[in-house]
Design a protein around this ligand. Sequence first.
Ligand SMILES: Nc1ncnc2c1ncn2[C@@H]1O[C@H](COP(=O)(O)OP(=O)(O)OP(=O)(O)O)[C@@H](O)[C@H]1O
Length: 405
Amino acid sequence: MADTSSVQIAVRMRPFNEREKKLKTAKCVEMVGQMCTVTDPESGKERQFSFNYCYDSFQPGSEHFASQEMVFRDLGISYLENAWKGYNCSIFAYGQTGAGKSYSMTGAPGQPGIIPRGLAEMFQRIDANDDPDLSFRVEVSFLEIYMEKVRDLFSATPTAGSLKVRESPKLGIYVEGLKKERVACYEDVEQLMELGNTMRTVAQTNMNAVSSRSHSVLTVLLTQTRINKESMTASDMTSKINLIDLAGSERQGKTGAEGQRLKEGSAINQSLTALGNVIEALADNCVASASGKKKAKKRLVPYRDSKLTRILQESLGGNAKTIMVAAISPAADNFKETLSTLRYANRASKIQNVAVINESPNEKVIRELKDEVTRLKAMLAAANGTAGRCCRRTSSRSRKRWRLS
Ligand SMILES: Nc1ncnc2c1ncn2[C@@H]1O[C@H](COP(=O)(O)OP(=O)(O)OP(=O)(O)O)[C@@H](O)[C@H]1O
């Protein structure tokens, strides 16, 4: 069953940080409902955007304050529900350095983000399962893309080189040799995540005391196995959940990066530009398709231009239900970066994905047969009702229906 849906966009504004407080910079972003308005501090010109979700986390305690819990209730629960149905899901956080991507995805001490909350909820749901014919398997892998190299964050001795990104009809896009750990409870994941996060490359810059210098991708494979006692068969349904914390775009003048930090910053910006090009091509193609013009030319989507876009290929324009979290600063000092993030997010909202339920052939046949039986029963009931009232006047259309089924 294919399901076409747009990439969902959630914009989140954080509070002022110490740097912005010291600068005594003004606030240039306002959020009301699904509208986000940003004001150019020089010209006073306003630009308005509308998104699926706008989270105002500027002032704790304010009327519309969006807490970690609230963000999770919308975005986290939505991806879990889709994963349970057997769809691939992706959440990726995008934004300027220090804008709050890791805060939304991973969280801070005492303020867990989407990833830990989602995994805890996943195991709660699994533990609550009382269907003896249904069992679950959860596997996780964790990688970072650092300076265009893919590294396994669960490996105690990360490879010197880069792991290879491959594609196969059965597995889709995958990273060859990446460790996949089976986990039985939330505590297992927590331990692995702690190990993985210590392996991740972070450093201090002028814009963020703990700045991610790499893109990280946590992949969770949720497999549901159903035993059919009558036919003595087992069928699997697997959902691949990608939870992605991108490194932030940055300006050298602001971060004060030099040496290795500068090289990292330019690798980050390069891969984000490649991501921007993919988003632009996909958005153009979707707009062209929607125009209904037969001759509308489709642009080639440059997924192969970077490791990041290759790994995100299924999440953008492919077989997945995807949410983009666009993290922004409220400060006038960051107006240009914020406007650029909002434009990026606006473009991404035009992308249509086509997700399919990832079930084994057995499961598919069983589901289709069940649907067929339900349909036939409904037709039979309807026909019996009609027959009782006017048995001689069965229309040719209904006879045809009988024959066709
Ligand atoms: N909504 C929020 N509420 C409170 N504090 C926040 C919020 N968002 C971010 N912060 C704080 O701002 C700082 C920077 O956030 P974070 O590290 O998440 O940024 P980032 O976008 O991941 O940056 P980078 O790209 O440099 O890794 C952190 O100290 C974080 O705790």
